[in-house]
Structure formats: structure tokens, C-alpha cells
Design a protein around this ligand. Sequence first.
Ligand SMILES: [Zn+2]
Length: 357
Amino acid sequence: MPLLTRMLNAPLSIDVRRGAVASLGELLADRRIVTEGRVAIAVGPGQGDQIAEHVRPSLSSCEVFHVEGGTVEAAVSLGSRLRAGSYEAVVGIGGGRTIDATKYAATLSGIPMVSVATNLSHDGICSPVASLVHDKGKGSFGVVMPLAMIVDLDYVHAAPDRLVRAGIGDVVSNFSAVEDWLLAADECGERVDRMALTVARTAAEALLHQPGSIDSDRFLTVLAEGLVLSGMAMAFAGDSRPASGGDHEILHAIDQLFPDTGNHGELAGIGAAFCYHLRATRLGAGEDRLEEILACLGRHGLPRFPADVGLTAEQFAEAVQYAPHTRPGRYTILEHLSLDEGETRKAVHEYVQAHGG
Ligand SMILES: [Zn+2]
């Protein structure tokens, strides 16, 4: 009989709640991730040190490493320190940058990684992709997905609001990413993994309609689980397709052309809204979704327009023009419309005028 199913890679455990880090030692031992007690802990600048101290008593022995920023260099240096110390596992504690650098280091040194997220700024907290800075800008690198994932809501509440709410933009951008995927299927015959698409879109749908704000545990749980599901959708698909379309091309272009404007999730949200504007005005589809996305971003105080992240309409148009170069081979609404410079500027002005109030 043929095997009428498939195996999907997923983390061994996902724990989103208040006080979750207290069970880290138990998780490592119970799941036999660590049997001899050789654990490395990688912490970033934020609350990492404090959490490391908090979890230390639950581990028989561990060594703490500081990760200096989310660069390839920092990740490679951590990777060689991990290899030299023959650790059984590494626990990455921190925000997106620390976790991405640790994922890359764990992949280089061939040991499993447990991800402990202290903010919810993007879906890299549990994905097979690491976004790291190198000499020519920022790049996405394929890595092994974290083996287990912990989000402790006590620490998320203590993180800067801006870094927590940014993840909303990243999850909501899944809508635009899956529309781009379906467009690529229609126009170029690209294969769509419906399982991955469903997971990515359902995560966004749940968040879009979730009342409350980042002050409530209930909302934070939906947000954290949405980010985890986005990461898993990417793992199922084998690439970032379900969570990265024209929206992310625009964000990468802004990062390259005008560094240090908004963070990943903030720019993903604006990118998604603008891609929906193009869809609504050029393809006559998705008008309702555009309104829902703008309302959601607005409700949570996330940027929606170029000026909200300190860009002029002209600079934003320049980034939109450049966007397809950031991800060659990915067909999205941007490649589909292939607007020239003048048309792009016009579209950006229309978007700001129609929705900017
Ligand atoms: Zn993203």
C-alpha cells in the first residue's frame, strides 16, 4: 500500500505562557535533548542575562555566551565557541537578532537549539530561516529550525512595546505572501503547498480578528502562536514562500536603501498593505482585505504609511522599484505588474492619498 501521508518537521515542544522559562531545565532533561548537562546559553543585550540567571538553577551546569548583534560574524564566532566546547545543545535567549544568530551558530556546529523569545518582533523566533547582517547588507540564511520553543509572557510584557507589536505586521503580511504564491501558481505554474498556505493564512486570520492589545495575555498568546505557525509554514513549504512575498521584497529594499527606518515586522506590515493597494487598484481584488489590514495596523499603533517610518513617498517608491531585485526568482504582485518608475510613484501617492487621511 502506498504511504498516503507525509512527515512534517515540527518542534518537539511549544510553550507559550507566563512563567514558561522556569521549565527549561525540565524540558531539556525530559526530552533527552541534554543528557550530560552540557548546555550553552546564548544571550543578547536585552533581558537575556536576567533570564539566564533565572534558568541557571534548573540546569545542572551551563555556560553563558554573549551574542554581539545579529551579524554573520557574531554567529560564526558563537558557532566556533560552541564546537570547541562540545555542548549538547544551545539555548538562544533574546529577541529576533539573538535568536537568528544562535540558530545559525547551532546549524554550523551541528547541535540542537532551543529558542526562548523575549519579544515578538518577527516570525524568525521559530523558523528555518535566519536573517543576519553581513558586509553587503542583510541576508536570509537557511538554518535548522529550533527543536523547542518557549515564549514566556512575563518577559514579553517587560519587553519594549515597539518590539512586541512589530510581530503583528509580520503575521498579517502572510495574507499578501499567500496571495502572491497563488498568483505565481496561476501565472507561472508554481507549485503551491496547500498545507503550508493554510497554516500561514489561518495564523494571520486569527490575529486580524483578535480583539485586545499587546497588554493582554490572550492577545499575546495568539500573536506568539501566529509567529510560531508562520515559522512552521515555512518549514513545511521548505522555503519562506508562505510568509514572504512582495511585502517582504519591499521591506528588504527599504532595509538596503534606507537602513534603520522601521524594524522587520513594522516594514512587513506596510509592505503588505501597499501590495494589497496594488491588488485592489490594478487587479480589482482584495479591497476588503486591504481595509482590514489597515484597520488592524492602525488599531495596534503600527506604521501604515511611508511617513510613519520617516520615508518620503518618493523614497518609498524607490524602494518598491528596487524590491524585486532583493529576491530574484520570487514572483509576486510586484513582478506581475512590473510598474515603471512613474507608475510606481503614482501608485504610492494614490495609496497615501486614499488611506492616509
Ligand atoms: Zn517576516
